[in-house]
Design a binder for this molecule. Structure first.
Ligand SMILES: *[C@@H]1O[C@H](CO)[C@@H](O)[C@H](O)[C@H]1NC(C)=O
Ligand SMILES: *[C@@H]1O[C@H](CO)[C@@H](O)[C@H](O)[C@H]1NC(C)=O
Ligand SMILES: *[C@@H]1O[C@H](CO)[C@@H](O)[C@H](O)[C@H]1NC(C)=O
Ligand SMILES: *[C@@H]1O[C@H](CO)[C@@H](O)[C@H](O)[C@H]1NC(C)=O
Ligand SMILES: *[C@@H]1O[C@H](CO)[C@@H](O)[C@H](O)[C@H]1NC(C)=O
Ligand SMILES: *[C@@H]1O[C@H](CO)[C@@H](O)[C@H](O)[C@H]1NC(C)=O
Ligand SMILES: *[C@@H]1O[C@H](CO)[C@@H](O)[C@H](O)[C@H]1NC(C)=O
Length: 795
């Protein structure tokens, strides 16, 4: 068999490297880890018919050469398995390697990079509830009408799998066969028969090899991790039904008041790609899932997961999203739940639509009434437990009622299970601090210790945003300030007491929407030249489908079962945007992912239902574009945006060059060798629907920048748009020309925004951002772009 020169090189270098690291190699296979190997697809030797043979051969070459040096009695360690082969959005494979082997592969010229596999987390904050639901959330009715045509669109949900027999995924007999280009499949396995798929649920696959390898094979097909597309977590069923669940009357939580629940695009098809397991979603499995979704023919990919802060070229979500976008597939990803702190946004690459979370006009308020009469309002879902608002209880601070075992003193304030002294807790209301353990587990710990109820106080980093929570006992979540006041009251009184009053559901709440405290905020450290997140969508107290094998808190000790559940997180807002994108794709099959995103962004709104600026629940103050991006999605307007800012792969390449991405990084992301010789473009020339200009201050005097944009007419044949400008404080914005005249659909026009600003006083390394906007209008459409101007003081 003929080997390409690079493979010969590989064998030689394996030997050399191996000798020097024989010790740890032979001694300890537990240093083996899984890695993702990015390969230069263009160098595939023609002896290999398929990349899989090529990759296998690479791996087994590595294997046999090391084995012979080990002088092992067993000549081979068996055929080493590729964990995944990536063919579409990524070129390469994943495999279990020792660090030495990984290093070795890295030195091969056909290998672009070798990345250790890592788990990413779901972007969820769980909260079940006890009340009747009218409609699932803020979905406009006319949109549901448009949705009838959504059957041509397939939404791929990369998540924890699905409960296929839920009403939300029933085939009502009205759906035509899936679109002819659809080539997905339905994996069967434990709890998931091959018949689980239908015309609604058109695909179901699972990707576990990365997870199994990362856990050194200790993951078994029992307990929470069932190796089939079945959802044993709940998250995936919830997100899939939010995006595209069919209309289900009489949806209810725990038998309480009934209402209609519906996904955003109830006629769209759902294809699930399970890549998340009990310890997270591994990069290698995420890549494989997106790769498969795009190969299968999905139109929309939704990812409610991610890492906090990863450079774009090492981020599997960003890399696979680029490959998807390149093939015309729209990708929405959640902004993460790291807010309200600055620069907590995740999934911020410019080709991703990054979705933050807002509240809707429905709340679940509960009052904490202290013995001295002080009233503080928090949020609660009192799931069917009797609790008298008139009864007064003794109140204790968890940090002062720990069991005497020393190790538990420090964990008691956070209400770890077993850390609370039942003698001191029984029959009392316990104040616990947020952090360290999942909130539902704190409730269980208080209940186990005999507590009557719990008050859960935000940490300073959580701010004032509260989410109604899943709990196994009556419990109220309160903001940081209220928590501090309650603690002070407890400390200052000999007999602290409290009453709790659960006020059920409030609708038509004002103001709404507000920014969820947990929603990830910009500026993005890894995409500093675009405003991120892009938009917000409903993510607090969202009702959607739930599996019957999981309790609403997800806790084993919780025996409740419910067909629907109410939970919160950017995980919940992301599939709303995926659903809207599906409707837009159905209405405009020729729109690119960038056009869809542009329509979502330029029509988003930034005023609440009182006509005021959006309030940030994290701070209680006015919110900013760093939290909501272009604003809250407005599906009805997005269907008819008038103009769109379109983008091609070339535009993203220019952006990467002008943002000084290294050529290795560009190659990792795009599979292309790019010559970044044109240094005249600026990152803010990316034809993005929002504008972010960074002004580097080098002395005093005026700072200037010129921003170029091109808009395409997708509205009336003939139209005339004029511009209006809101200048950021201290900045002058001049748009040229002031009018754009279009003679037909699809016609493009260019304009420029001249930015000039006075220098400002900043400490070394400091920065300041002010926001304004540029809006084009033809009298019918308003095409709005937020403009951020950042002054940056060098160190
Ligand atoms: C569809 O998938 C099958 C099996 O995975 C494959 O053999 C076939 O080539 C695919 N067809 C298209 C059009 O991609
Ligand atoms: C509605 O749901 C409740 C509780 O799940 C059930 O008892 C009732 O029969 C349902 N009603 C209809 C009309 O389906
Ligand atoms: C919680 O602690 C109790 C006793 O304190 C124990 O019986 C129970 O198994 C623990 N539960 C979990 C989930 O750790
Ligand atoms: C906890 O106990 C310490 C020491 O007895 C006391 O100083 C403090 O006020 C208590 N804190 C609360 C919130 O009760
Ligand atoms: C909120 O606004 C007040 C008054 O303008 C200001 O003092 C405070 O610092 C702001 N808080 C935050 C967290 O920005
Ligand atoms: C890229 O590097 C060049 C040369 O070092 C520098 O002038 C420019 O400001 C950098 N651009 C960005 C966006 O960092
Ligand atoms: C990049 O392009 C420039 C101008 O076209 C050319 O002079 C230069 O040699 C190219 N560099 C590489 C590495 O191809």
């Amino acid at each position: 068999m003929a080997f390409s020169p690079s493979f010969l090189l590989l064998i030689v270098s394996v030997s050399i490297l191996f000798l020097s690291s024989l010790g740890d190699y032979a001694a300890d296979t537990s240093t083996q880890k899984s890695y993702i190997i990015r390969v230069r697809g263009d160098l595939k030797p023609c002896v290999f018919a398929d990349v899989e043979h090529w990759y296998s051969s690479t791996l087994n070459t590595l294997c046999s050469s090391t084995d012979s040096l080990e002088r092992s009695s067993q000549a081979t360690r068996g055929d080493r398995k590729l964990l995944h082969v990536y063919r579409t959005v990524f070129h390469g494979f994943s495999a279990v390697l020792t660090p030495a082997e990984a290093e070795l592969l890295q030195s091969d010229p056909v290998v672009l990079a070798v990345l250790p596999d890592q788990p990413r987390q779901l972007h969820i904050t769980r909260t079940p509830l006890f009340l009747g639901l009218v409609s699932a959330d803020s979905k406009p009715k006319s949109l549901l009408a448009v949705a009838e045509s959504g059957s041509s669109v397939v939404i791929a949900v990369i998540d924890t799998g699905i409960r296929p027999d839920h009403r939300s995924f029933a085939d009502d007999g009205r759906l035509p066969p899936p679109p002819s280009r659809w080539n997905g499949s339905c994996d069967h396995g434990p709890s998931f028969p091959a018949t689980a798929c239908n015309r609604k649920l058109v695909g179901a696959r699972f990707f576990s090899t990365g997870y199994v390898a990362a856990t050194h094979g200790t993951a078994t097909n029992v307990g929470p991790d069932i190796f089939s597309p079945i959802d044993s977590e709940g998250h995936g069923t919830h997100t899939a039904s939010t995006a595209a669940g069919v209309s289900t009357p009489n949806a209810s939580l725990l038998g309480y008041a009934a209402g209609l629940a519906s996904g955003v695009a109830p006629s769209a098809r759902v294809a699930v790609y399970k890549a998340c397991w009990s310890t997270g979603c591994y990069d290698s499995d995420i890549l494989a899932a997106v790769d498969a979704a795009v190969t299968d023919g999905a139109d929309i990919v939704t990812l409610s997961l991610g890492a906090g802060s990863v450079p774009t070229h090492l981020d599997p979500v960003a890399i696979s999203a680029f490959g998807a976008t390149e093939r015309g597939v729209f990708v929405a990803a959640s902004a993460g739940n790291g807010g309200p702190g600055e620069s907590t946004v995740a999934n911020a690459a410019p080709w991703i639509t990054t979705v933050g979370a807002g509240s809707i006009d429905r709340r679940f308020p509960a009052d904490v009434v202290l013995g001295d009469g002080t009233v503080m309002t928090g949020a609660a879902i009192n799931a069917g437990m009797r609790f008298s608002p008139r009864r007064s209880f003794p109140l204790v601070y968890a940090g002062n009622v720990s069991i005497s075992t020393p190790g538990f003193r420090s964990s008691a304030p956070y209400c770890f299970n077993g850390s609370l002294d039942p003698e001191a807790v029984r029959g009392k209301v316990v104040l616990c601090e947020r952090g360290a353990v999942p909130r539902a587990e704190k409730g269980l710990a208080v209940k186990n210790a005999g507590g009557a109820a719990m008050i859960l106080a935000n940490a300073p980093t959580d701010g004032e945003g509260v989410t109604p929570d899943a709990n196994v006992l009556p419990a109220v979540s309160v903001g940081y300030k209220a928590g501090r006041a309650i603690k002070e009251y407890i400390g200052a009184n000999n007999d602290p007491r409290v009453r709790l009053s659960f006020r059920g559901t409030q609708i038509e709440v004002k103001p709404a929407p507000t920014l969820a405290g947990f929603s990830g905020r910009g500026p993005s450290l890894h995409s500093p030249h675009v405003i991120k997140p892009d938009v917000i969508a409903p993510g607090v107290g969202i009702l959607a489908a739930w599996p019957d094998r999981v309790s609403p808190t997800g806790l084993k000790a919780d025996r409740r079962r419910t067909e629907f559940n109410i939970i919160s997180g950017t995980s919940m807002s992301c599939p709303h945007v995926a659903g809207v994108a599906a409707l837009l794709k159905a209405a405009h099959p020729d729109w690119s992912p960038a056009a869809i995103k542009s329509a979502l962004m330029t029509t988003a709104y930034v005023a609440d239902n009182m006509g005021q600026d959006l309030v940030d629940e994290g701070t209680g103050n006015r919110s900013t574009e760093w939290a909501y991006g272009s604003g809250h999605v407005d599906p009805e307007k997005a269907v008819d945006p008038g103009l769109v800012y379109d983008l091609t792969v070339e535009d993203y390449l220019d952006f990467m060059c002008s943002s000084n991405y290294s050529s290795a990084a560009i190659r990792m992301i795009t599979k292309r060798q790019v010559n970044c010789s044109d240094k005249t473009r600026k990152p803010w020339d990316l034809n993005y629907p929002s504008i972010l200009v960074v002004l580097e201050q080098s002395g005093s005097g005026n700072l200037e920048a010129l921003v170029h944009r091109t808009v395409m007419n997708v509205g009336e044949e003939k139209s005339e748009y004029s511009v209006s400008v809101k200048e950021p404080e201290g900045v002058r914005l001049v748009v040229e020309p002031q009018k754009l005249v279009f003679e037909g659909k699809g016609q493009k026009q260019e304009f420029a925004v001249k930015v000039s600003a006075e220098a400002v006083n900043l400490p070394r390394g400091g920065s300041l951002t002010e926001f304004g906007s540029v809006t084009w209008s033809d009298g019918k459409h308003r095409v709005r772009s937020p403009v951020a101007v950042t002054w940056q003081q060098p160190y």
